[in-house]
Design a protein around this ligand. Structure first.
Ligand SMILES: [Mg+2]
Length: 223
């Protein structure tokens, strides 16, 4: 690699963990349905395809709310829906530390996420300080492409402003890593943060030794 690579991080289950069943439980409860039953009902009504259209930017949040209520029988106002749908994320702390370290070392960082407007509104607020470290966010509903379609990765390359072979795409879903590779990017499969740090070292991206210290040892907590 001639130039220092750009690092592009997936969001869900890399930068932050998420639990989609929380939304299903919230919407299912008033109907007397478990989260799993609510999800099964939504799936049986073609929800997966509807979500893809929404995450590709082909449907407004208001229309998505209406459609989900129509197909599941959920009775929930828009504002309550927006919160119940959006509030599903928890930080992946070790990746947060890695991102801060990489930023300090001068790496340019981008987010590359299949997501939708309501999730993005929520996580951009929740993780505002961390996301400020990024040089740009490539969000499927804004670029009208979903991973693993080539168009998504090309949008990342364009945002990064460097050739594809100088862009590293980090994702927990193998299919999305393969999509990145097929589009000419360097793909890294995220399984855990220690493994990612090893993979980054292999392509010449070094991080601070302190990141390798086990999380239980906290030097500020002495005494
Ligand atoms: Mg993911």
């Amino acid at each position: 690699m001639s130039k220092r690579p750009v690092l592009i991080f997936d969001f869900g289950n890399v930068v932050a963990h998420f639990d989609f069943t929380l939304s299903c439980e919230r919407f299912g409860r008033p109907l007397g349905l478990s989260g799993a039953d609510f999800l099964a009902k939504a799936r049986a009504q073609g929800f997966v395809e509807v979500l893809k259209v929404y995450e590709r930017g082909g449907m407004s949040s208001a229309d998505f709310h209406r459609q989900l209520c129509n197909v599941t029988g959920a009775v929930v106002g828009y504002d309550e829906f927006a919160t119940g749908w959006g509030d599903i994320f928890t930080p992946n702390e070790s990746v947060h530390r890695l991102i801060l370290d990489l930023k300090k070392r001068g790496y340019r960082l981008f987010l590359g996420s299949n997501t939708n407007e309501l999730h993005a509104l929520h996580f951009r607020r929740q993780f505002e300080t961390l996301l400020d470290q990024f040089d740009g966010l490539v969000l499927s509903y804004e670029v009208s492409h979903l991973k693993p379609d080539a168009g998504f990765y090309l949008a990342c390359v364009e945002a990064a402003g460097q050739p594809a072979n100088e862009c590293v795409f980090i994702d927990d879903v193998l299919e999305n890593v393969e999509g990145a590779k097929q589009t000419g990017l360097i793909g890294l499969h995220y399984r855990d943060t220690a493994g990612l740090i090893d993979d980054l070292a292999r392509i010449g991206v070094q991080v601070s030794d302190t990141l390798l210290v086990p999380e239980t040892i906290n030097p500020t907590a002495v005494g």
